[in-house]
Ligand binder design. Structure first.
Ligand SMILES: NC(=O)c1ccc[n+]([C@@H]2O[C@H](COP(=O)([O-])OP(=O)(O)OC[C@H]3O[C@@H](n4cnc5c(N)ncnc54)[C@H](OP(=O)(O)O)[C@@H]3O)[C@@H](O)[C@H]2O)c1
Length: 284
């Protein structure tokens, strides 16, 4: 840990050290904000590219940190491509229009992609002058509570791996995985928040049907999920035991569970996760 801290400090403290960001939208900001808040890096060490004048002006005038912002296709974009580590955070459909600018260093720089469903092979074809890293992260990174799966492409230096993990650790918990697992990781962590949102909405509609107003119903559902998840996470109670604890013979809970069983709730969830995994595989 000490060695890593020293190494990260060493990298960052080099006057010339730059972190490049290609595409500075929602996800890139969620990754970069905690680095700046926690003073892991200085604003002037960040060089980002955006496409539109509007985003350029917004970042210049309203982003709380004075980072360097550059318009795509301007001559200054070379400053971003010069960075030894670049986070790639455009939409997958915007990837095609990017043009790699190779640096004149004798060592390859590294591109860290957060693009959903874009394989390492595709990244390495697109950026032949870079070592590539594929990550999958999820929306709770907005609150520093994300999960990030990382697959390293070939030839990424150990010191860069440590540094990249440090970047994502500021907003998420890291899992280093073979690429084959990234599609199911994406399905479970990046797509499933939509399933949870649907469950919250549906259960609170249940409350609404029972006569509560929607706002109170939703509040109760969110607090209930939060408490239940904490119990599962922080006690030794497992899912089956918890289910048994709240299900008494002939009682209310078994009446509810029987309906879900009749409507194939469990197999619908399993199929949903596998469908998202398959779609991600198809994209990549
Ligand atoms: N949503 C999720 O749950 C989630 C989770 C993890 C990862 N992701 C991935 O995160 C990536 C970014 O998503 P996002 O929601 O942050 O998108 P976003 O807010 O639309 O940001 C995209 C950024 O890319 C810039 N851009 C577009 N074309 C460009 C070009 N040719 N050169 C340089 N910059 C360009 C855009 O600039 P302008 O604003 O000027 O157009 C914008 O700053 C996606 O690939 C997505 O798959 C999403």
């Amino acid at each position: 840990m000490g060695g890593c801290k020293d190494l990260c400090l060493f990298l960052i403290n080099q006057v010339s050290f730059k972190l490049g960001i290609i595409g500075f939208g929602n996800i890139a900001k969620a990754i970069v904000n905690p680095l700046l808040e926690k003073k892991f890096i200085n604003p002037e060490q960040i060089y980002c590219i955006v496409k539109s004048n509007k985003s350029f002006d917004d970042i210049r005038n309203s982003y709380p940190y004075k980072i360097n912002v550059i318009l795509a296709n301007s001559i200054d974009s070379k400053l971003v491509w010069d960075a030894p580590i670049k986070i790639l955070s455009v939409k997958p459909q915007q990837l095609e229009e990017l043009i790699e600018l190779p640096s004149n260093k004798n060592k390859k720089d590294t591109i860290v992609s957060v693009l959903a469903g874009v394989s390492l092979k595709k990244l390495e074809r697109k950026f032949p002058n870079h070592n590539c890293v594929r990550t999958v992260t999820n929306i709770p990174i907005l609150l520093g509570k994300g999960l990030t799966g990382i697959t390293w492409g070939s030839s990424v230096d150990e010191d860069k791996k440590i540094f990249i993990k440090k970047i994502f650790e500021k907003s998420s918990k890291i899992y280093e995985l073979p690429e084959d697992y990234l599609d199911i990781f994406l399905s479970l962590t990046a797509s499933a928040p939509a399933i949870i949102a649907l469950i919250v909405d549906s259960l609170s509609d249940g409350g609404l049907s029972g006569g509560l107003n929607k706002k109170l119903s939703e509040e109760l559902v969110i607090e209930m999920i939060f408490g239940t998840i904490l119990l599962l996470k922080e006690s030794n109670i497992g899912t089956t035991e918890l289910k048994n604890m709240v299900t008494s013979p002939g009682g209310t809970t078994i009446s509810a569970l029987n309906i879900l069983e009749k409507r194939s709730f469990k197999s619908a969830l399993i199929e949903a996760i596998i469908a998202a995994r398959n779609k991600s595989k198809e994209f990549s």
